[in-house]
Design a protein around this ligand. Structure first.
Ligand code: PRP
Length: 187
């Protein structure tokens, strides 16, 4: 999907495809340095993390396995409740593993805070987090995130895995949605 396919639904491109690629390569180099001589279990958090997982994993040289989790906050529209429910759990046993959680975005931080604690209780050697995006202004809890691609303003972002009503995940860049798109729905 291209920017032009969105017509005037796209407000602006925040991070280009090239900028994402370059930053993920830098993050992968850092990860390779930090995990030298080890093996990593990458844990992707569905569904937003699929693009980051696919591109970050391909840029990493360290031997790795990939597994997936799907989580959801309890109730609807209570994303920031911090009470998380597992929709799909990992297939892997974490005992003795170096776990690296891969996310598209950290918003309030509540999902990742919960997830990190949950995975840490399963006997891994280490649990760290890599996220493409983080919104510092939206943080409700402090989460220790080892690898951050970009700190971004507190705006509604779409693309590169991030959706609005399940659409636009397949944009190759991160952009902001024109307000008329979501204002039309909330009226
Ligand atoms: C997004 C993102 C994180 C979470 C971050 O997922 O992928 O998992 O929200 O928000 P928080 O920091 O406020 O907890 P979302 O619930 O939109 O699901 P999706 O990945 O399936 O789009």
């Amino acid at each position: 999907m291209k920017a032009s396919d969105m017509g005037d639904d796209l407000e602006k491109i925040l991070i280009t495809e090239e900028e994402i690629k370059q930053r993920l390569a830098q993050m992968a180099a850092e990860i390779d340095r930090d995990y030298e001589g080890k093996e990593i279990l990458l844990v992707g958090v569905l569904r937003g993390a699929i693009m980051v997982m696919a591109d970050l994993a391909r840029a990493i040289s360290t031997p790795l396995e990939m597994d997936w989790m799907a989580v959801s906050s309890y109730g609807s529209g209570t994303k920031s409740s911090g009470v998380v429910r597992i929709l799909k759990d990992l297939d892997s046993d974490l005992t003795g593993k170096h776990v690296l959680i891969v996310e598209d975005i950290i918003d309030s931080g509540l999902t990742l805070s919960w997830l990190k604690t949950n995975l840490a209780s399963r006997g891994p050697v280490s649990v760290e987090i890599a996220t493409l995006l983080r919104k510092p202004e939206a943080a409700k809890v402090d989460v220790d995130v080892k690898y951050v691609g970009f700190d971004i303003p507190n705006e509604f972002v779409i693309g590169y895995g991030l959706d609005y009503a399940e659409k636009y995940r397949n944009l190759p860049f991160v952009g902001t949605l024109a307000p008329h798109v979501y204002e039309a729905v909330s009226e």
